[in-house]
Design a protein around this ligand. Structure first.
Ligand code: AMP
Ligand code: TRP
Length: 325
């Protein structure tokens, strides 16, 4: 099986990104051929800082490595360095129905959030994502729940290409984690944790212990005082229970038992301690890697060369099939 996934280099990564996507990558790289991409061309479809882009790309690579992506096992590279991504995206655009793009939830949400920035790139975002996946003929795509719809559209595009031009691409499967596919915001547990929201709503992987403590202690909770998992009645506590369970490996039922009659305060204190401990190795590795820019750049360079070989071969095939050579 070949696996492909990516994250936009928009600064920090949060616990939702890690538990929803990156944690799965670490497990998958042990058994499969994995390709992990820093998708800078996707990042420019929403407002961004030109000055910070290069730093954010390097930070993203550092984050992948600190989180446990092994460059000996997986390919890590920067999307814009391989021109075939945009080339294939154009070709796939000619077989993608407009209506499909307009009904994508992410497009609608982002267009609403930045009404002054509704560019064609934002609409075409899923075509570029399909291109990322198909260029490497990936069989599976580990992502969080919010990206499931985009992977489904990729399947539709792959199927259409195969029907029209001959069997070329696998129809990639989405890989969602059993729990953690949608970690919610700490300040508004009805919304997903998102890096474009207030920093207090997210736990970033490299937050200091003090920040983690503060954010968890002030996280939105629900009425009542019992620590019980019930997503409709207690979205805040349920989200915190999910995180608690994922960082400790203890089932939710046991955590409920442990905090029976103890109230939200005690529960949050316990959770803060568990998250701080869980993230300690990430902070340590990140500190070490930030002083090793040259090493990180070399990994991206090697990744680029390995990815390029695959990308060029696919493009050659696609051009022939579409009658473009
Ligand atoms: P992004 O930051 O949007 O590039 O997302 C990178 C990866 O993290 C994607 O696979 C997303 O599906 C996943 N992700 C983002 N936010 C969350 C969340 N709140 N819970 C779980 N997974 C998430
Ligand atoms: N759209 C994804 C996100 O916002 C990032 C992404 C781009 C991606 N290309 C991809 C994820 C290919 C998986 C596969 O999170």
């Amino acid at each position: 099986m070949r696996i492909f996934s990516g994250i936009r280099p928009t600064g920090n990564i949060h616990l939702g990104n890690y538990l929803g996507a990156v944690k799965q990558w670490i497990a998958l790289q042990e058994k499969h051929e994995c390709i992990f991409c820093i998708v800078d061309l996707h990042a420019i479809t929403t407002p961004y800082s030109r000055e910070e882009m290069q730093k954010n790309i390097l930070d993203a690579a550092t984050i992948y490595l600190a989180a446990g992506v092994d460059p000996e096992k997986a390919i890590i590279f920067v999307q814009s360095e391989i021109k075939e991504h945009t080339e294939l995206a154009w070709l796939l655009g000619t077989i993608t129905p407009m209506g499909e793009l307009q009904r994508m939830t992410q497009f609608k949400e982002k267009a609403k959030k930045h009404p002054e920035y509704v560019n064609a790139g934002l609409l075409n975002y899923p075509i570029l994502m399909a291109s990322d996946i198909m260029l490497y003929k990936a069989d599976a795509v580990p992502v969080g729940k919010d990206q499931e719809q985009h992977v489904e559209l990729t399947r539709t595009i792959a199927k259409k290409f195969n029907q029209k031009f001959g069997k070329t691409f696998p129809e990639p499967e989405v890989v969602l984690p059993e729990t953690g596919a949608k970690i919610m915001s700490l300040t508004n547990p009805k919304k997903k944790m998102s890096k474009s929201d207030d920093a207090r709503s997210c736990i970033f992987l490299f937050d200091t212990p003090e920040d983690i403590q503060k954010k968890i202690m002030s996280a939105e909770t629900d009425s009542g005082k019992d620590v019980i998992y019930n997503v409709t009645k207690k979205p805040g506590i349920s989200n915190l229970l999910t995180i608690y369970s994922l960082v400790t490996g203890n089932p939710i039922k046991e955590i409920e038992k442990e905090y029976k009659g103890k109230g939200y305060g005690e529960f949050k204190k316990g959770l803060a301690k568990a998250v701080i401990e869980y993230l300690e190795p990430f902070r340590r590795k990140q500190k070490e890697l930030t002083t090793r820019d040259v090493y990180v750049k070399e990994i991206l360079n090697q990744g680029k060369m390995r990815a390029q070989t695959i990308a060029q071969a696919t493009m050659q095939e696609v051009r022939e099939e579409m009658g473009l050579t």
